[in-house]
Design a protein around this ligand. Structure first.
Ligand code: IDP
Ligand code: MG
Length: 163
């Protein structure tokens, strides 16, 4: 993939180019849905800038879901997220955070529209197959939990200028 360095491109300033964290949760990996999830983002023109297969431990899950500490669903959430391998990804695109949140659909798949990932592949809020950062602040907090700077592509994909 051809890339430009950040200093060569002002596209991110003009068009609000964003990076966001996506996780294919253990049920997505176990059910073999990762390829279809990736395919949707690729079709939308988003660019994958980082990719890792890993199994989260409790410490990592507690870091990611720190804002949910104390909620009734928090202990089962940590158990769910540590129950098997996940695929962690960083995607980049214009307004990528809200684009991806819209593509994921409502947190509770029972309320998610058809055509969204949760609306097409999931039924239950406690098995909702994907995570996506909900704001620029969340993306900035969440991406470094899974990726060192050296594990992410520098610059921007060349096709960004055509979107
Ligand atoms: P989000 O993933 O759409 O941002 P959050 O409210 O941040 O939703 O919740 C984080 C995760 O916690 C959800 O994706 C889901 O896996 C789980 N969760 C949220 N609400 C409930 C609930 O009411 N029962 C069980 N699990 C929940
Ligand atoms: Mg959230």
């Amino acid at each position: 993939m051809e890339t430009k360095t950040r200093s060569e491109s002002k596209a991110d300033q003009k068009t609000n180019l964003q990076r966001t964290l996506v996780l294919a949760k253990p049920d997505a990996v176990h059910r073999g849905l990762v390829g279809q999830i990736i395919n949707r983002f690729e079709e939308r023109g988003l660019a994958m800038m980082g990719l890792r297969l890993l199994q989260m431990d409790a410490r990592l899950a507690e870091k990611l879901y720190e804002p949910h500490v104390g909620k009734t669903f928090y202990p089962p959430l940590v158990e769910y997220m540590t129950s098997g391998p996940i695929v962690a990804m960083v995607w980049e695109g214009v307004e990528a955070i809200s684009i991806i949140r819209t593509m994921l659909g409502a947190t509770n798949p029972a309320q998610a529209n058809p055509g969204t990932i949760r609306g097409d592949f999931a039924q239950r809020v406690d098995r909702n197959i994907v995570h996506g950062s909900d704001s620029p602040e969340s993306a900035s907090r969440e991406i470094p939990i899974f990726f060192e700077a050296s594990q992410l592509m520098p610059g921007h994909p060349a096709h960004t200028t055509w979107l």
